[in-house]
Design a protein around this ligand. Structure first.
Ligand SMILES: CSC[C@H]1O[C@H](OP(=O)(O)O)[C@H](O)[C@@H]1O
Ligand SMILES: Nc1ncnc2[nH]cnc12
Length: 295
């Protein structure tokens, strides 16, 4: 198991590159699942290898509903990532998570329906646990990095993943609050599920850009979210997000200790060996390479 860090950063809306990489180069990575959202920006910060992928592509051409999350996660695995820190613009469903605050996500409610959400289709049926969907070690380090950069942070947030691309109705927004969701976005699922299947510890930092549409403002008026609001808030927070990423990477311990997530596939495959589909196994060379190499 690798004892060196190679951190994959997935940049959300408004975060299409990162600063401070040495030896940086945008590299095209082919995957058996199709094209990732963009080339991957590869470089290093000190001794830590860094791989940055803009989730929607540079210039934001790709809709949340049409993201190829399988290709994105496979590309990051293929690029050598050991761990993923994902960043997303999120709507807030809580008064206390005001626009500008960072939310460290701990749980998900997945309401997406139109997306390929597993690498393990018929021919290698595999069930990984999603009980604790994020890596606590990465989440804690990210929360500390935000505070070190003087950012405001809320920990333990529940993220509701909606299909989009339209924003929610007021009834949906109020319902999600009742369900216990704290923030809402359109992209972190199935991304988080696929990272788990690829044995990549994953943490998600939401940057609250708006209050979604459940809220009544100080004047008693119903509010709604729009793209200029999100962009303006991302602009205001972009610098902080970049500083946080740099601080997170600088503060990693020199050696990476193994995570239990590195080996989740060990007890997850249920298909008998003589029923394995060779064509599927070939596609899984990066995602499940560790396991398949043992065959
Ligand atoms: C531009 S507002 C809606 C858009 O922003 C979020 O994207 P990301 O999670 O990649 O930062 C949200 O999920 C929507 O895709
Ligand atoms: N209110 C909202 N709903 C869904 N995704 C978002 N991304 C940013 N704000 C959002």
């Amino acid at each position: 198991m690798a004892s060196e860090w190679c951190i994959g950063i997935i940049g959300g809306s408004g975060l299409y590159d990162i600063d401070g990489l040495e030896d940086e180069q945008w590299i095209a990575i082919e995957t058996p699942w199709g094209d990732p959202s963009d080339e991957v920006l590869c470089g290093r910060i000190g001794d830590v290898k860094v791989r940055f992928l803009p989730r929607h592509g540079r210039g934001h051409p790709i809709s949340p509903t049409e993201l190829n999350a399988r290709a994105n996660i496979d590309a990051l695995k293929r690029a050598g990532c050991t761990d993923i820190l994902a960043i997303s613009a999120v709507g807030s469903l809580r008064e206390e998570i005001e626009p500008g605050r960072f939310a460290v996500v701990e749980q998900f409610i997945d309401r997406t329906v139109q997306r390929d959400s597993t690498f393990f289709t018929s021919g290698l049926v595999t069930h990984v646990s999603m009980a604790d969907p994020v890596c606590p070690r990465l989440s804690e380090m990210a929360a500390k990095a935000i505070s070190a950069c003087k950012g405001k942070v809320a920990v333990g947030a529940t993220y509701l993943a909606m299909e989009g691309p339209q924003f929610s109705t007021r009834a949906e927004s109020r319902l999600y609050r009742q369900w216990g969701a704290d923030v809402i976005g359109m992209t972190a699922m199935p991304e988080a599920k696929l990272a788990r299947e690829a044995e990549l510890p994953y943490a998600l930092i939401g940057m609250a850009t708006d209050y979604d549409c459940w809220r009544v403002d100080e004047n008693g008026d119903a509010t709604e979210v729009d793209v200029p609001q999100v962009i303006a808030q991302m602009g205001a927070n972009g610098e902080l997000a970049r500083d946080m990423v740099a601080k997170f990477i600088e503060s990693l311990p020199k050696k990476r200790k193994p995570s239990p997530i590195d080996t989740v596939l060990d007890d997850a495959v249920i298909t008998a060996p003589d029923e394995h589909d060779p064509a599927l196994l070939a596609k899984l060379d990066a995602v499940a390479g560790r396991l398949l190499d043992q065959d």
